[in-house]
Design a binder for this molecule. Structure first.
Ligand SMILES: Cc1cc2nc3c(=O)[nH]c(=O)nc-3n(C[C@H](O)[C@H](O)[C@H](O)COP(=O)(O)OP(=O)(O)OC[C@H]3O[C@@H](n4cnc5c(N)ncnc54)[C@H](O)[C@@H]3O)c2cc1C
Length: 340
């Protein structure tokens, strides 16, 4: 990519959904693998590098030094099929929900529960996006990346990605090593949709699961999400601000005794607690601290009512974390990524 395509001192306030003010020293939007490779080859090797997508899971603390890459690699296509499955590929710059909408329109099953999650295809494997009982890892065939150091394109099978709850090798052990340039997913032609989760179970529970279409599930997920989650275009936010903490079984038993209303789900690795419930019980639902607050309908979502700085966001996050710890002895982990 020629240096003319690179914006200097680019305003990032419209490129992060918390709408925090910041600039990128150099911002590039490569639209092809060749352009990305050239960009990496031409940059000074000691220059700081960040990758952002739609900015929907970020807390930008200050101006971003060095090069910031916002992938613009486009394209969605069916790459192969058999009697039961369809394999689709999408570029890292595609809007995640455009991919979901397109696959659901084709009648393919697999992504409908992940409808309306903001952001890009490239960021989706980073934290293994999940919603309504489904995680991306369940449908990934392979993740295509470019290695930052070499510019080499590599393909990782899902089993090589260390996918876990809101986690992957790209977020943990290989953070900063690869840029995710595309995804290949394996979807189903005929499988039953997963409607086991809360509001979907309540709506579709009585119906024959094989008769529930991906389109109907998508519609319901969109309706529920719109009713529960603030739209970042109207009220700046980065979705769930904390992960749901997983605690040991004996800790959960002790909490259940003291707090009979505890919202908790048994998992193979322990008991997952609803962070939103903990925050609400700690008195933070709808409460503000300066220009930021925890949302009045969904206590897990930290919102910027206008004019907030990253210091305001981090001060509120730390107050919430402290109060939840003091009341429940449970430690909350922040979900959005801090940059730089
Ligand atoms: C209203 C709202 C609702 C949300 N609901 C959900 C939900 O239900 N489930 C869920 O899992 N998440 C949810 N999120 C969080 C967010 O949408 C996802 O994490 C999404 O995948 C982030 O995509 P993005 O393109 O905006 O990434 P960004 O926020 O720009 O980046 C997030 C991280 O990914 C890295 N990254 C981005 N692109 C690449 C790439 N191409 N290669 C390597 N690393 C990359 C960045 O460096 C950064 O560390 C929600 C957010 C909002 C605002």
């Amino acid at each position: 990519m020629s240096t003319e395509g690179i914006q200097r001192e680019a305003d990032l306030s419209g490129l992060n959904t918390l709408r925090l003010p910041a600039r990128a020293q150099r911002l590039a939007r490569p639209a092809t693998l060749d352009a990305l490779e050239q960009l990496l080859a031409e940059r000074p090797q000691d220059e700081p590098l960040q990758v952002i997508g739609g900015g929907s899971n970020l807390v930008i603390q200050s101006d971003l030094p060095g090069l910031t890459i916002c992938l613009a690699i486009d394209g969605m296509a069916k790459v192969k099929e058999d009697d039961h499955h369809v394999w689709v590929a999408a570029g890292g710059g595609v809007h995640w929900d455009d991919l979901v909408a397109w696959t659901v329109e084709q009648g393919w099953q697999g992504l409908e529960n992940l409808s309306l999650i903001p952001g890009t295809v490239g960021a989706a494997p980073f934290q293994n996006i999940g919603a309504y009982g489904v995680e991306l890892s369940q449908v990934v065939e392979q993740v295509t990346v470019m290695e930052v150091a070499s510019g080499k394109v590599l393909h990782f099978a899902a089993s090589e990605c260390d996918f876990a709850y809101r986690d992957s090798r790209f977020k943990s052990r290989d953070r900063g090593r690869y840029i995710i340039t595309g995804l290949e997913l394996r979807l189903n032609r005929t499988a039953a949709c997963n409607v086991s989760y809360g509001p979907l179970q309540a709506h579709f529970g009585g119906q024959d699961p094989t008769a529930v279409t991906p389109a109907a599930v998508r519609d319901k997920v969109i309706e529920v999400r719109r009713s529960k989650l603030p739209d970042p275009a109207a009220l700046a936010n980065a979705g769930s601000f904390f992960k749901n903490p997983v605690v040991a079984t004996d800790k959960a038993a002790q909490l259940r005794q003291t707090f009979p209303g505890l919202v908790a789900f048994d998992q193979a690795e322990g008991v997952k607690l609803a962070a939103g419930w903990l925050i609400e019980q700690a008195g933070w639902k709808g409460r503000r601290l300066g220009p930021v607050g925890m949302h009045s309908e969904q206590a897990l979502v930290l919102v910027n009512h206008g004019g907030a700085s990253s210091a305001d966001v981090l001060a509120l996050a730390s107050a919430v974390r402290r109060d939840v710890w003091e009341r429940f002895g449970v430690s909350l982990e922040q979900e959005p990524v801090l940059l730089p």
